[in-house]
Design a protein around this ligand. Structure first.
Ligand SMILES: Nc1ncnc2c1ncn2[C@@H]1O[C@H](COP(=O)(O)OP(=O)(O)OP(=O)(O)O)[C@@H](O)[C@H]1O
Length: 822
């Protein structure tokens, strides 16, 4: 009944380290280097292990983590297990300024890991490839210009002088003339970061401006103004994307200040949205739910003059369940009589389209895009980008849609579950080791709970500086909104980059917090990391994102394409790294679109590079690493440190809080205080441990929701829960996953043999025996495993889990707002 993942944490290896570290694959030089450094670390005189073998590599001995003994796993609840673990691990672990003593409790990260099937030996190396010509960049200035697209001089000049865009991108070159000359519906498909937003906005603004500007650029006597009518509606799936579109539009409209755009996206009172609509608007950017609501309830919103309906990120809107809203919106817009002139007598006919035009945009093609096309498009032209457009070569046109930008360098790290967390930290550390090489990185994680946990774990324990008392109210307000979502990072900093700023974003955060955090990330002058869910995968345009890390693979290939598309935008370079686990996951790369091969990397080389120097611990811990330590020892002590942080006793205040809570509950019961049943005082738990367990549960549930066709690569029955718990710095596999997920994983680990005890322990813990309180709590709260309602994610591998997940997600969506997809 032992979880090897757990017991190994307590094991003191008798054999030197060298017998535990296996080096397979990769270039022989790397392997030799790794082998040598492991040998060095395992030499008994240099690397004493065990309590009696002083001196220790760390010089601080403020606490005595006495050697815990191997013990059988119990079926008790998490709290009891936690209390025992706290005892055995040493109670002062979490105290400030206490250093770790490596060599006392060995975290066997490098043993019993599954072997990768990837042939690293013959795999390509990133440097093997010539830098590819960007596929989403603006076209060469000499050959193409905005003037030649048929745009008015006023707009073309504004683009080149004020917006500093010298030439259109390929999709803009193909779309703008088409939408200026022709009144057909259009399906716009081009890769991420290729400038689709301006591709549809430019012809719309050009034609609306033509109501007020003569062909020679002089202004007409009667200019249209904000009350002249609503001419275009742009729909986007999330508030963030809508705001971003509105910002681009506002910048564009500076060359026609008499035209007005606004947003109705929720997150603020409907009353203030109504007030803005009443003032008059010519172009409206909206989320489907909110617009449908206004169409039903806001009389002043008249769609009689609307000529364009743009559906941006159409597939995402369908995934999010907006089909009915979109149908209703399309129906209402089409129902009205097409006005040839507006209420003021301005002639619209001949300048604006003679019919209502719908433009559907997507970087990827899914079944649901076709469905949306059926709902919204009539005889649409398909506008895309051919290789000829990009390269200027007379090659047969190949559709570049549903592709990753060609200049984007993709790689994957095959990492056993147990080593995921330290490998992530090592990767970030080496990423920020050189100033200026990477300014912004985004880490995609499967669910909001896991985002919360990783943010808390990786941030510095010292709170960020509050703004000066005399700071502007704006600054004060934005600090209040980002207090819980922006903080300096620990672990990943380096002498070159002593300050790296950590951000977190997911759909369960209040809207002002989401907006302020995104703004802080975009404007951050220091190197910055955003830990986020798929809420940031669509449309987000932060220009200096150099690296995208998919720590948890996307739930569908299309989502992967959108995620990695947050870098390498508009011709800029970018890198994307995908974490995979050895086994069936390795086959996933075969279905990913990439113009150059996705280079597999050995986790050993990442650790070696990242942990070549000491790790900066959070400021309330003192690092006592010596330069002589090797990367293997560093990896183990880092893991140990993280696990001990979770096991540390909560602060003294937590005791008081628990007591106060007990008293409050007594009061709340409505009974006289004296008669209130005395509450059994529960041992307070470290919030980080609670968060880690919750993140683990949500992560496992989310894992069960990969789209059906891709479950062959993400097979829940192949997951080793004990090993995966280690990736959450947990020594024991939490219970309460529910939905039969743990049973499936249990069966697999049992049947594979060798770890039957582990599986049994996993099953007991994961099925929630002794964890009923947590389970009920979760059920009550609705949970937020994967706050993303993906229809495709429900299938027969774990119908039960998927069904429950769907119900929870529905609850979440209803409870937390229409765009709570984090
Ligand atoms: N002609 C241009 N020249 C230079 N930069 C441009 C041009 N057109 C757009 N951009 C810039 O390219 C970036 C990406 O544009 P946009 O967000 O419209 O891409 P997209 O195709 O909608 O991407 P996604 O599919 O990821 O939403 C933006 O920063 C935008 O300012």
């Amino acid at each position: 009944m032992a979880d090897d993942g757990m017991l190994l944490n307590f094991e003191i290896p008798d054999a030197p380290l060298k017998t535990q570290v296996k080096f397979k694959g990769g270039r022989w030089r790397d392997r030799l280097k790794a082998q040598r450094s492991a040998k060095q670390s395992a030499t008994p005189t240099k690397q004493p292990r065990g309590p009696s073998s002083a001196p220790h590599t760390h010089q601080h001995h403020d606490y005595d983590a006495s050697r815990p003994t191997k013990r059988p796993r119990t079926d008790d609840g998490d709290s009891q297990r936690h209390a025992k673990l706290q005892k055995t691990a040493g109670s002062a672990v979490g105290a400030p300024s206490h250093a770790l003593r490596t060599g006392q409790i060995s975290s066997s990260l490098f043993s019993k890991n599954p072997t990768a099937v990837t042939d690293f030996e013959n795999a390509p190396v990133v440097d093997d490839f010539e830098p590819a010509k960007p596929s989403n960049a603006p076209l060469s200035e000499e050959a193409e210009s905005f003037f030649s697209l048929g745009l008015s001089r006023r707009i073309a000049q504004h683009l080149t002088t004020k917006l500093e865009m010298k030439a259109p991108t390929a999709i803009q070159k193909n779309t703008v003339p088409q939408l200026i000359k022709d009144d057909s519906d259009a399906f716009l498909q081009a890769e991420t970061g290729s400038g689709k937003t301006l591709a549809y906005l430019l012809p719309i603004v050009h034609r609306i401006m033509a109501l007020s500007v003569n062909p020679d650029g002089t202004l007409k006597d009667t200019k249209v103004h904000r009350n002249s009518g609503l001419f275009a509606i742009v729909l986007g799936p999330t508030r963030e994307l809508c705001k971003q579109i509105a910002v681009v539009l506002e910048k564009l409209l500076r060359c026609a200040p008499w035209l007005v755009c606004t947003t109705v996206i929720g997150g603020e009172s409907k009353k203030s949205e109504k007030a803005r609509l009443r003032k008059g608007v010519n172009i409206l950017v909206a989320t489907p739910g909110r617009l449908a609501d206004h169409l039903d309830n806001t009389k002043v919103l008249d769609v009689g003059t609307v000529r364009w309906l743009v559906l941006d990120e159409g597939d995402r809107m369908m995934e999010m369940g907006f089909e009915d809203d979109i149908k209703a919106i399309v129906g209402k817009i089409r129902a009205g009589k097409l006005l040839k002139e507006n209420a003021e007598g301005v002639v619209l006919e001949g300048i604006l389209p003679s019919r209502r035009v719908t433009v559907l945009c997507s970087a990827t093609m899914k079944m649901n895009v076709q469905r949306l096309g059926e709902i919204s498009l009539v005889d649409a032209v398909h506008i895309t980008v051919s290789k000829t457009d990009v390269d200027g070569e007379a090659e047969a046109a190949t559709e570049a849609a549903f592709a990753a930008p060609s200049q984007l360098k993709q790689s994957c790290i095959v990492t056993p579950a147990k080593l995921r967390l330290v490998t992530l930290i090592a990767l970030l550390k080496s990423t920020f080791a050189r100033r200026g090489s990477v300014m912004k990185a985004i880490i995609f994680i499967s669910c909001a709970d896991s985002v919360d946990f990783h943010y808390e774990l990786l941030k510095d324990t010292k709170p960020p500086e509050p703004p000066a008392p005399d700071a502007s109210p704006d600054k004060q307000g934005s600090h209040a909104n980002t207090e819980q979502t922006v903080a300096p990072a620990a672990y990943v900093t380096s002498p070159a980059n002593p300050k790296v700023v950590l951000h977190k974003l997911h759909g369960s955060l209040p809207q002002p917090v989401r907006s302020a955090t995104l703004n802080a990330f975009a404007k951050c002058k220091d190197p910055a990391v955003l830990i986020t869910t798929d809420i940031s995968s669509r449309g987000l345009d932060v220009p200096s994102v150099d690296l995208v890390i998919e720590y948890d693979p996307a739930f569908a290939v299309a989502d992967h394409v959108h995620r990695i598309g947050r870098t390498a935008r508009a011709g800029r370079p970018g890198k994307a790294v995908l974490f995979l686990m050895p086994g069936c996951e390795e086959g996933y790369t075969s279905i990913l679109p990439a113009s150059t091969p996705i280079v597999p990397q050995l986790y050993e080389s990442i650790l070696q590079k990242g942990l070549a120097t000491a790790v900066n611990l959070p400021s309330t811990y003192t690092s006592a690493e010596t330069e002589k330590q090797t990367w293997t020892t560093r990896a183990e002590s880092l893991q140990l440190h993280l696990e001990q942080r979770l096991l540390a006793a909560p602060s003294a205040n937590a005791d008081d809080d628990a007591e106060a809570e007990g008293q409050d509950q007594g009061k709340g019961s409505g009974k006289p205080k004296s008669k209130a049943k005395p509450k059994k005082k529960l041992a307070p738990e470290n919030p980080l441990l609670v968060s880690g367990r919750q993140a683990f549960r949500s992560h496992i549930r989310a894992y069960a929701t990969h789209v059906r066709e891709e479950r062959v690569y993400f097979d829940i029955t192949q997951l080793h829960l004990g090993h995966m718990a280690k990736a959450f710095a947990l020594r024991e596999t939490p219970g309460g996953i529910g939905g039969g997920v743990s049973r499936r994983a249990h069966k697999a680990t049992t049947s594979k043999g060798g770890s039957g005890g582990t599986a049994a322990a996993n099953a007991t813990a994961a099925d929630g025996s002794g964890d009923g309180g947590e389970k009920k709590k979760k059920a009550r709260s609705g949970g937020k495993a994967r706050d993303d309602d993906d229809e495709d994610g429900v299938g027969n591998v774990d119908e039960d889990a998927a069904k429950r997940m769907k119900e929870k997600l529905k609850m979440m969506m209803n409870a937390a707002g229409e765009f709570n997809i984090g």
